[in-house]
Ligand binder design. Sequence first.
Ligand SMILES: C[S@@+](CC[C@H](N)C(=O)[O-])C[C@H]1O[C@@H](n2cnc3c(N)ncnc32)[C@H](O)[C@@H]1O
Length: 300
Amino acid sequence: MLAVTNVLRERLKEQTEVQFEVLNPDLCSGCYAGSEVSLSGRNYLYRSLRSWLDLAANLNCRMMTPRIASDETVILRFQKLETYSFHQENPEERSEKYGTDSSFSAINKNEEPAFLSAYLHALDLAETATKKRVLNLGINRGDEFALIRELLPKESFESIEFVGIDHSKSAIQEAESRFETPNMHFYSHDINALGELELGRFDLIISIGTLQSPGINYKPFLMELVQNHLSDDGALILGFPNSRWIDGEMVYGAKMRNYRESDLSLLLGDIDYAKRYLQQKKFSVRISGKEYIFLTAVSR
Ligand SMILES: C[S@@+](CC[C@H](N)C(=O)[O-])C[C@H]1O[C@@H](n2cnc3c(N)ncnc32)[C@H](O)[C@@H]1O
């Protein structure tokens, strides 16, 4: 695999697409990567489709659908991803960086299995169906509530009060137009000034991809959230992106300012801080996920 990786990396310096012929992965299901396979007098090294997809991702490429080349082989094509990412956009009004006119609005996380399974697991651990008041900070156009609506029976969903806050006016307008039942409330507001809204306490607080935003002082913000806005027997779901959205793909690995490669240190530091703080406050804490890491805290 090292030799294959090096050859492809060299070719991708000059080409935007590379293609090569490999053993059809379907012919050796259940084998481990690198197993020697002899078929019709030829020797191959087996790799699964997943291994090839991983290699494509490691080389910043998307893998196109393999094409059958012979009875034993397929042609794989790796296409280099564009380097542009919406993360580089800086609109005049900072609060509209994630608004309805931004490239971010083309993303639907709920359609990515890696996000979906991790978020569903967190909602399950937090026993969402039993909650009465749910707050979401950085709700954007409401996708995280939309999934709960899909998950719960109508009656159960409508018996919970949902409050979503985001400073993007356009995203909040869209959220309001998607949910018209009286149990849904949306505010266009700076979450640093959450107290101004006088919303009372919530028994579930969700915040995904938001607490690490530039204008938020993560540690004091988290403490204030738990002390002043979460009920004593409440639960908390924090989602930390460990991925970037590039050229239609959710690419593994959070990119940190001043780091060329993705680096987990800041992310792990923030998760560890929340975990220790919440454990001190007598919460039981679970951490799960890959492209999105979820910390779920429930009162003990
Ligand atoms: C990366 S997006 C995540 C949105 C959504 N939770 C998701 O995961 O797709 C961060 C969201 O937080 C909002 N946001 C960032 N800082 C904020 C602040 N100080 N007050 C209110 N909203 C804020 C942004 O407008 C944006 O919608």
